[in-house]
Design a protein around this ligand. Structure first.
Ligand SMILES: CC(C)(COP(=O)(O)OP(=O)(O)OC[C@H]1O[C@@H](n2cnc3c(N)ncnc32)[C@H](O)[C@@H]1OP(=O)(O)O)[C@@H](O)C(=O)NCCC(=O)NCCS
Length: 205
């Protein structure tokens, strides 16, 4: 696996994963990151300035030996968000994931679980990773439930680790320190779930 290995196209039932494209994806990413309702769940605390974000997009979306970025799109080709395998260690067979659906009108419709299952199928079955990890702010119930549905297990909790402001009912609160939940998933734990999900939905077929 090298920087020149092409990124995959991973077909699903309601969504596909495909290589990111700045022309079609960047403006939605920028708008999403600058939307307080979305940003409260991400690492970014402040709004982002377009040139900085362009630089970030180009860097983050570049395929490298340790980074496999993928865009989530509907079957009709509409860009929804980003996911990927990051910080890959080929020696250890490990990676970290992160997922964001920038289109809020698609939240809670099963797209997150499906996108993650496609990614995990690629990670565990195609490139043969053995462990995939993730982290989530304890207040982000939807993301936590999404990851637990995909088989991740809570492995630890960094107590009062990160200061975040919540954006609730259209207003930023004054901020507080929140726990960060560390999640992990081993290949052998995921395989039965992945097989079941493929049977049910044709995911990864
Ligand atoms: C987190 C995210 C990727 C999940 O994707 P999604 O398509 O919205 O989630 P899904 O519809 O697949 O649902 C996942 C689970 O969350 C549950 N859920 C949906 N809406 C919820 C809500 N408002 N509160 C709590 N749980 C909720 C679903 O019921 C499902 O759990 P279940 O299968 O046990 O019933 C997406 O919501 C998102 O991008 N959010 C903003 C950015 C973010 O939080 N990224 C993750 C950072 S760690």
């Amino acid at each position: 696996m090298s920087e020149t290995t092409p990124l995959p196209f991973l077909p699903g039932w309601n969504v596909d994963l495909r290589p990111p494209r700045k022309e079609t994806d960047f403006e939605t990413c920028l708008a999403g990151i600058n939307d307080p309702e979305i940003r409260q769940f991400l690492k970014n605390d402040l709004p982002t300035y377009k040139p900085d974000e362009e630089e970030w997009f180009e860097k983050r979306m570049r395929r490298s030996e340790t980074n496999i970025p993928l865009a989530i799109q509907t079957k009709q080709g509409e860009f929804l968000g980003m996911t990927g395998l990051h910080h890959i260690s080929w020696k250890d067979g490990t990676a970290r994931t992160g997922t964001v659906i920038f289109r809020k009108d698609f939240w809670g419709r099963g797209m997150g679980v499906e996108a993650k299952m496609l990614l995990l199928n690629y990670g565990f079955n195609t490139i043969r990773l053995r462990r995939i990890a993730s982290a989530v702010y304890a207040f982000n119930e939807r993301s936590l439930r999404c990851q637990l549905r995909c088989g991740y297990q809570e492995e630890g909790r960094f107590r009062a680790h990160t200061w975040k402001q919540r954006y609730l009912n259209g207003v930023w609160d004054n901020g507080a320190f929140y726990d960060v939940i560390q999640l992990g998933l081993l290949r052998e734990e995921w395989l039965p779930l992945g097989t079941e999900s493929q049977k049910r939905k044709g995911v990864g077929a």
